[in-house]
Design a protein around this ligand. Structure first.
Ligand SMILES: [Zn+2]
Length: 462
């Protein structure tokens, strides 16, 4: 009896260390529950985001509103007692919308709703008056190229996925210019409309020498113009746009940290983009990403938790029309990217989270699955097949594992890049659930005994 007990004790001592360590779930359950309770205790994150968006409004790169918002966030982060709070300088594009209008001239006169696309050139002051040619795809434009000369081409392409449909917003102007059109209109990239146009950036193809103005119209107006043309009406519109591109302007990436207790040079970075389009308030896209990450860090700090590694919150600047902030972050932190354990970006709106999306090695994914179990109590324990974001793209493409909250995005594109992207679209409880999700994942990954394993090839993480 006695001998076999000793034998068992010896066997336990000899067992591999790993087998004796508690699971991630057991080790972090108490901390995760405290974080979740703190995030759900009140509406602090929603209120802070409302203060930001109500006070400064929309925040396009190059505007005073953006820089004032950055100043305010930095001051508030310092008041919260966060560490190494700073603005890291970035030069950003400075596009200005100016006055713009779209008028239906024939078969009747009417004012149509529009938003010029970011980066577009202007029309002449008197506008461009021309017949409209409507197409459903790039292929149709190519097939009917001979008809496009001297026309305004309308890309009337119904929303399928953002990725598939946004190609027309980004590339419509150059495709139309290539076949001799004078301007390009694009049906707003959204599945749902209350006659609201959606802006966004366009990209002029460097191989097409002519740059023509381009604007988004509403689903309703695009469908009406198509019906008129299909009935045989000659549709003529006058497009006026006063857009200008000014010299690049100074801006900043917002940075705040909680330094790691044991491995401060290893970093979990999380955040969103502080800039927005020049319409609405940029509440959903993407004030929420910045404030959600910021509140996650504040809660970790206020609970007295200090992980082994550093957690760094970043509000990247100029996501919308340049990605200068994400690129500048990569360049400024290039020497420490090997020590970036994880990059988390929230840019899908702070809607009800189902879990996280992750892109990284299989072995890292297995660990993330265990971490996500800590979120099952708020129904956010899922790990979706892909994750990441535009601002962290420059560093995740160099091998940093990528993550984003996986939220119910069913309403996101209804308001995306419109005047309707305002606070009321976000629910305080859903915002708090996103804060809890980001805080738990960031804290646990920053505190794990070992860093998340990278993919074998450094460039294959995304
Ligand atoms: Zn965004």
């Amino acid at each position: 009896m006695k001998i076999s007990t000793i034998g068992l004790a010896l066997a336990l001592l000899a067992a591999p260390i790993a087998a004796q360590q508690p699971t991630i779930e057991a080790r972090y359950r108490a901390d995760a529950d405290r974080i979740i309770d703190a995030a759900l205790r009140d509406s602090a994150a929603w209120k802070r985001l409302a203060k930001l968006t109500d006070t400064f409004g929309n925040r396009l790169s190059g505007t005073k509103a953006l820089e004032d918002a950055i100043d305010w966030v930095l001051a508030e982060m310092k008041r919260d007692g966060l560490e190494n709070v700073r603005g890291e300088p970035v030069k950003v594009p400075h596009w200005v919308r100016g006055q713009e209008s779209l008028e239906l001239v024939s078969p009747r006169r009417a004012k149509l709703q529009l938003l010029g696309l970011g980066g577009s050139v202007a029309t002449p002051a008197k506008g461009i008056t021309a017949p409209v040619m409507v197409v459903s795809s790039f292929d149709e434009l190519t097939a009917r190229a001979a008809e496009a000369k001297g026309k305004i081409v309308l890309f009337d392409v119904p929303f399928t996925t953002y990725g598939a449909t946004v190609r027309y917003r980004a590339g419509g102007a150059s495709a139309a210019a290539k076949v001799g059109a004078l301007a390009a209109l694009v049906r707003s990239v959204t599945p749902q409309s209350m006659r609201t146009p959606h802006t966004g950036s366009l990209r002029y193809d460097s191989t097409v020498t002519t740059r023509i103005p381009s604007a988004a119209v509403t689903i309703e107006d695009a469908m009406m113009i198509r019906r008129m043309i299909e009935r045989g009406d000659r549709v003529v519109v006058t497009l006026r746009m006063g857009a200008r591109t000014l010299p690049d302007a100074p801006s900043r990436n917002v940075v705040a940290e909680l330094r790691g207790a044991e491995k401060p040079d290893e970093v979990v970075v999380l955040g969103g983009h502080i800039d927005s389009w020049d319409v609405g308030q940029g509440a959903m896209d993407d004030g929420g990403g910045v404030v959600g990450a910021w509140e996650a860090l504040r809660i970790i700090k206020e609970l007295g938790l200090r992980p082994k590694r550093t957690i760094r919150v970043v509000g990247w600047t100029n996501e919308e029309n340049g990605l200068a902030g994400g690129n500048a972050y990569r360049d400024a932190h290039r020497a420490e990217l090997d020590a970036h354990v994880l990059a988390i970006e929230s840019d899908g709106g702070l809607f009800k989270p189902r879990g996280v999306g992750f892109a990284g090695s299989d072995s890292a994914r297995a660990i993330v699955r265990q971490v996500a179990r800590l979120l099952e109590r708020i129904e956010a324990g899922g790990v979706a097949a892909s994750g990441g974001g535009a601002d962290i793209g420059p560093i995740t493409s160099l091998g940093v594992p990528a993550m984003s909250p996986d939220v119910d995005g069913s309403r996101y594109f209804w308001y995306h890049h419109t005047d309707a992207d305002t606070m009321d679209k976000l629910d305080p409880r859903e915002v708090a659930l996103c804060v809890a999700t980001m805080a738990v994942v960031a804290y646990v990954v920053a505190d794990l005994p070992e860093p998340l394993p990278r993919a074998a090839a450094a460039t294959s993480a995304r």
